[in-house]
Design a protein around this ligand. Structure first.
Ligand code: HPA
Length: 286
């Protein structure tokens, strides 16, 4: 059975990871386009290239590399995935979400998914950081399709609060701590790899989307099935097609994410610090 094969492959990968990092962190971050540099900010970082983890699918796009890094940021131990696979590469939804399943199996409870996204909401400036309140899955794919393996979780996982309300509040408060006003909104996930047409962006706006991107939702779906609490952060790297006059380019998206990387890193560190505080017993909100 393909489904039990997947469970076994995930378990094998998680066992290899845990053997190299015995006290595996409970918090993990998936780094989006242009944000891989955050891994260099970890203290005491241990790196495991994906290639050294059995069954881990290879990654291949400019602005991404492929490694798992574990270390501390904001005083909290965290596992980072630097480099992810996308549906637009032709990867199967199961491959795109393999890493998140491994993290959950290795002991992660809280997952932070980050990405670069186009701004549909005209009030978002380039470089804005958006907390994902909710999403539209318009990729045409769902990693939970196929034979059900109940060891991963429910057949029909609830998505009423796909994105944790507690973590959304925590992220907003973390932004406030460091003087960053975060926007919040609905992330529309599309297949790509072509950027959208202006008509598609108008349609997405009508549907209620504030930002658009080509990642993140597959990972969210498996994470929720496996019971993780998930936070999503989008870096608005560009105005979506037709919102402003200029054409879109991947180079500009990566460069724009790079310009925001420092702010994004400070936000992530502050979020991780708050997460660390909350796991201390009797930590009270000031
Ligand atoms: N559209 C889709 N994906 C993206 C965009 C965009 O405008 N910017 C960054 N990722």
């Amino acid at each position: 059975m393909a489904s039990s094969d997947l469970f076994d492959r995930v378990a094998e990968a998680a066992a290899v990871v845990r053997a190299r990092i015995p006290a595996f962190p409970e918090v993990a971050v998936v780094l989006g386009s242009g944000l891989g540099g955050f891994a260099e900010r970890l203290t005491g970082g241990v790196t495991i290239p994906y290639a050294e983890i059995p069954h881990w699918p290879p990654v291949s796009v400019a602005g991404h590399d492929g490694r798992l890094v574990v270390g501390a940021a904001g005083g909290t131990r965290v596992a980072l995935l630097a480099g992810r696979t996308h549906l637009y590469e032709g990867a199967q939804p199961e491959e795109v979400t393999f890493g998140v399943r491994v993290l959950a199996t290795a002991g992660v409870k809280t997952l932070i998914l980050t990405n670069a996204a186009g701004g549909i909401n005209a009030s978002y400036p380039q470089g804005a950081l958006m907390v994902i309140d909710d999403h539209l899955n318009l990729t045409g794919a769902n990693p939970l399709v196929g034979p059900h393996d109940e060891r991963f979780g429910a057949r029909f996982p609830d998505m009423t609060e796909a994105w944790s309300r507690r973590l959304r509040r925590l992220a907003t408060a973390a932004g406030r701590d460091i003087g960053l006003l975060l926007t919040r909104g609905v992330y529309a996930a599309v297949l790509g790899p072509s950027y959208e047409t202006p008509a598609e962006i108008r349609a997405l706006r009508t549907l209620g989307a504030d930002a658009v991107g080509m990642s993140t939702v597959p990972e969210l779906l498996v994470a929720r099935q496996m019971g993780l609490e998930v936070l999503g952060l989008s870096c608005i790297t560009n105005a979506a097609a037709g919102v402003r006059a200029q054409p879109l380019s991947h180079d500009e998206v990566v460069a724009s994410a790079g310009r925001t990387a420092d702010r994004f890193a400070r936000l992530l560190e502050r979020i991780l610090a708050r997460l660390g505080d909350e796991t201390e017993p009797a930590a009270a909100e000031p």
